[in-house]
Design a protein around this ligand. Sequence first.
Ligand code: ARG
Length: 469
Amino acid sequence: MPSSGQKSWQARFSQAADRLTEQFVESLSFDQRLWPYDIAGSIAHAEMLAGVGLIGQKDLKAIRQGFKDIETQIRTGRFKWNPAHEDIHMALEAALIQRIGEPGRRLHTARSRNDQIALDLRLYVRDAIDLDMLPLLADLQWEFLRSAERYIEAVMPSYTHMQRAQPITVAAYLLAYVEQFERDRERFMDLRRRVNVCPLGSGALAGSTLPIDRRAVARRLGFTEITRNSIDATGDRDFVTEFLAAAALCAVHLSRLAEDWILFATQEFRFISIGDAFCTGSSMMPQKKNPDVLELIRGKIGRLHGALVGMLTLSKGLPQAYNRDLQEDKVHLFSGHDTLKQSLEIAAAVVRNTTFNLDRLRAATERGFLDATVLAEYLVSKDVPFRKAHQIVGKLVAQCEKADCELVNLSLASFQSVCKQIGPDVFNYLTAANVVSRYRSEGNAGPQSVRKQIAYWRKLEKERRAASK
Ligand code: ARG
């Protein structure tokens, strides 16, 4: 079947593209959203071309005017996207030529769609980091911080292997998430340095014989550097893969949070209550309040991991320089970006609207021998070697299990019958409240340490808020 329009590259072809080919190779349906970056890149390119005399000032003026008109039309929804155009680059260039004629035909001087798309994507990823990932991660971190500030003294059981372990403060538990999201933030910041390098002027892959000024373009677009090697610059999508890797790992953190809180919201735990506005009901069972938001935070992560694997797979085995396979990068990039953005946004809202049920938490710390480890450490302070202390406490726990009681319920005589070094002061070490007040190693989960951690994050929060103004 014949094609629906003339292509800018048509001259060397004796047959128009088949409709199937057109539909198969097009990317306009999904790369349309790159238009702000494509226009910004084109204007910077045109300014440079005028600067070095490759186009006239009049041409530049017309190009600027043409793009202004196109931009207004797109913003107001009046722009006619013509599906006959292969991609965003072709669509915008054709629209420009349609409006301003000859000067529009000069715009693509010393440029290929290969360096153009590499540029658009770098601008896109830079914005995704600056405008979405970093602010959303910060919002989420500060929600955890606000919540931690409310629960500095509140004690809860901790778990390893989902078995009760040692008592911790709720604040320490919440601050653990601040740390995870801080590492995510660092990964995006680190990536930003590598993204912020301008590839424009690399042409199709070998550069250009025309006297272009690549650094001028880079400066105009806020890049700190230009790429060194034109072949690499046009075929490199590491920054997309890295973005998705950082996003996928961030999603892992979100899914671990979701898992904990789904469990904590069960009737069995009742450690937390999630605001009604962030839960949904059942179509059949009238009593239900389901944590669907958290379940979907956990579930949508499939898209993020899919995006990362998709990106790795499409890059694998590609010959050096640009190959059309790379067009598919956008599918993964946009999917990963959109999904994580949504999940981070709602995760912050869930944290803001979740309260901890302190009575339930306190009750939970009363069973499960959360003070067994501190008892062993107490014995160490009485000069019992730790391995021996461990055995002694193990025996005591077994005794308690038989009697269906806790360590604090044993009499001093029963303690001393197993180990004579135990004195009456042992009772100052038992129970969750005593334990958390005794933690002393740096970074521990007790209230003093948590106060320090909170002070650390508060200071960072203030600095970052000031810097982002
Ligand atoms: N639409 C393409 C992409 O997204 C850019 C164009 C490069 N096409 C080409 N035939 N060299 O990667």
